[in-house]
Design a protein around this ligand. Structure first.
Ligand SMILES: Nc1nc2c(c(=O)[nH]1)N[C@H]1C(S)=C(S)[C@@H](COP(=O)(O)O)O[C@H]1N2
Ligand SMILES: [Mo]
Length: 319
């Protein structure tokens, strides 16, 4: 768990915490259940509602910052996944029959060892761990999510990028038989397949994480099964879902949202309360399930871990 480097991860204790849950959690932590390899129940008291029984083995995160988790129900019922629907509450019902196995991922481009690998095999290559991350959508809502997965850097080291590789590009599945919005002949919400990308140093940052699970269980389809990116210091749209291809390139790829609306979305999309989106102020955010808004933090609270990558850049222009 040595990726927890900075005090900046910590929020004032009741900042995102409903007091009752906070006290319950304190009691729970006193029982000493801080760090364990978990196969049994995920005993998080924030999630009293439905949680599927864990089917993954992973190293549990001690949650030193004492973030209050959003419930499984909240995280998996309010989704942005335009391939299914632009209506956040319709995504879950529409995604229920999505086939996320078997699943093959291609890793190619400027690497020494391009591979095509089945998801099952990929999962076994890297030990799974839990990461409790804040997640902030550019629309102004946020949540705290206990992901399970592995560091993107582990996968990158495995395929050995060539020195010319400067960017990593990710592509979502294109399958009109499975994604209703890809099948439409007009009024399509986005250009598909969905594409996202990172600069190499961003991709190698220890916070960049490939999620394969949620609350100890493999990802539900609406959250990007079987594998999606999670980048806690960036707006949610960078966290691309249901990835089938990862390509190493020498030039900056054009990500889907930047292509669709270049005045509204850039390449970096770092969470920044001082730079507003043309339609939404970014100063504050509403945590799912909460009534009052809270202040948004620079780089979503991960400043100490990521700010060095953007030194000297004008974050108003390169948004
Ligand atoms: N393929 C794909 N990935 C995507 C999206 C999408 O529409 N399609 N939406 C993005 C946006 S805008 C957000 S906020 C997050 C939402 O993730 P969640 O549904 O797990 O909360 O997924 C991101 N990844
Ligand atoms: Mo989003």
């Amino acid at each position: 768990m040595n990726y927890i480097k900075s005090k900046d991860w910590e929020l004032p204790e009741n900042f995102v915490t409903d007091e009752r849950l906070f006290n319950e959690r304190r009691k729970f932590l006193k029982l000493g259940a801080a760090l364990a390899v978990s196969t049994a129940g995920v005993m998080d008291l924030a999630a009293k509602e439905f949680v599927p029984s864990p089917n993954l083995e992973y190293l549990k995160e001690p949650n030193l910052q004492k973030l209050t988790l959003n419930s499984y129900e909240q995280i998996s019922s309010y989704n942005n996944f335009y391939e299914f629907s632009t209506n956040k509450k319709d995504v879950k019902p529409l995604a229920q029959n999505f086939k996320s196995a078997p699943w093959r991922i291609t890793i190619d481009g400027l690497v020494e060892r391009p591979i095509q690998i089945d998801m099952e095999k990929l999962m076994k290559k890297f030990p799974l761990e839990e990461r409790i991350y804040r997640f902030r959508c550019v629309e102004g809502w946020s949540m705290v999510v206990p992901w399970v997965g592995f560091e993107l850097s582990h996968l990158i080291k495995h395929v050995k990028p060539l020195s010319g590789a400067k960017y990593v590009r990710f592509v979502t599945l294109y399958d009109p038989e499975q994604f209703p919005d890809q099948k439409r002949s007009s009024f399509v919400a986005l250009e598909y397949p969905y594409i996202e990308a990172l600069r190499m140093d961003e991709a190698m940052n220890p916070l960049a994480f490939m999620a394969t699970g949620l609350y100890g269980h493999t990802l539900p389809p609406q959250n990007g099964a079987p594998i999606r990116l999670t980048l806690p210091w960036k707006y949610g749209f960078k966290s691309i879902k249901s990835i089938v291809r990862i390509t190493f390139t020498d030039s900056q790829p054009l990500n889907t949202w930047q292509k669709m609306a270049p005045k509204e979305y850039g390449f970096y999309a770092n969470v920044n309360p001082h730079v507003d989106h043309p339609r939404w102020s970014q100063a504050r955010e509403r945590v799912l399930g909460k009534f009052l808004k809270q202040n948004t933090l620079m780089f979503n609270g991960y400043e100490n871990d990521v700010a060095h990558m953007y030194k000297g850049m004008d974050l108003r222009k390169l948004f």
